[in-house]
Ligand binder design. Structure first.
Ligand code: ACO
Length: 279
């Protein structure tokens, strides 16, 4: 099915506040073609402001999360057309990874099977990541004669230590999900049959928290990584003040439930959002 229609390269369902979005080229191990990249941008943009979506999970159909960029349709065919085609394909790929990095709602990568090269872009774009312990992660670029581009070199140095990043990029050896968790590429690695349940539980925990605070938090964690301490402190003051203007009632209600009602303790879980909605 190499001629899969563009709209069929990505699948999704929305259930109980969670958008389950899939790389949907299992016959090609979900490698990213220009069609898939265009369709993924359409899908994630269509989900971003839906009221019935609170968390987005990115998963892979079949035996792979994503085998990286499509060596035929992304690289070779565009190189044959000329630089303009290569640049367009790069913009389409990097474009949806960027949209996903700054998605308005929490995002979770649920990694099964293969995760290679370019797939580190969407892996890093997701706020959290959980993997099958037998998943295989690799910067295979070196194995076919290129450097880890498309952000992959940057991503591995963001997520792993210098020595691990260098070894991973230069050796072209894969690591399994368990090692990926030890290295910090994913939050946790689990047996395959427990993966979806764990991701669902994490998503449900996020769904029970204040959405404005979650958005401010995920953007803050990404932004402050590249700031000096003083700049970060200043950014965080302003980000919180902006969040207060956007939704000032949340923390007032939470404070009321803690101090006046004594119905919850912030150290032990989230306040009751339904009371805020009813207020
Ligand atoms: N680009 C293009 N086609 C691909 C890719 C890819 N990245 N990955 C898999 N496919 C295709 C195969 O060519 C094959 O197509 P065909 O059925 O028309 O022959 C089909 O997907 C199935 O792949 P197999 O190799 O038969 O599947 P297998 O399960 O044996 O192996 C594996 C899976 C290990 C992922 C292998 O396909 C592979 O090494 N793929 C390339 C991984 C890679 O290095 N990706 C690029 C990273 S670098 C970057 O992204 C910039």
């Amino acid at each position: 099915m190499s001629d899969r229609a563009e709209e069929d390269t990505v699948a999704y369902t929305v259930e109980n506040g969670i958008a389950w979005v899939s790389f949907n080229r299992p016959e090609k191990r979900n490698c990213m073609s220009p069609k898939l990249n265009r369709q993924m941008l359409r899908v994630i943009e269509s989900l971003e402001f839906r009221e019935d979506v609170g968390v987005l999970v990115l998963k892979g159909e079949g035996t792979s999360w994503s085998a990286g960029m499509d060596l035929k349709e992304y690289f070779r065919e565009n190189e044959e057309k000329g630089l303009h085609a290569t640049r367009q394909a790069q913009r389409e790929a990097y474009g949806w990874w960027e949209r996903l990095r700054w998605f308005e709602k929490p995002t979770i990568a649920m990694v099964n099977g293969w995760c290679f090269g370019g797939a580190y872009g969407p892996l890093f774009a997701c706020d959290l990541a959980f993997a099958d312990q037998d998943a295989q992660f690799g910067l295979s670029e070196i194995n076919w004669g290129i450097l880890p581009g498309g952000g992959a070199s940057k991503i591995i140095t963001e997520l792993a230590t210098f020595r691990r990043a260098m070894y991973h990029a230069m050796m072209g050896e894969n690591i399994d999900g368990k090692t990926a968790a030890e290295w910090g590429l994913v939050n946790e690695a689990l047996p395959a049959d427990q993966l979806q349940a764990r991701v669902t539980a994490v998503a449900n925990t996020l769904l029970a928290k204040n959405a404005t605070a979650l958005r401010a938090t995920k953007w803050a964690i990404r932004r402050v990584r590249e700031m000096t301490y003083d700049n970060a402190q200043d950014y965080l003051i302003r980000a919180q003040e902006a969040a207060n203007m956007f939704d000032g009632e949340g923390r007032k209600e939470a404070t009321r439930q803690f101090i006046d009602d004594k119905s919850f303790k912030p150290g032990l879980g989230a306040y009751d959002l339904t009371k805020q909605r009813d207020a």
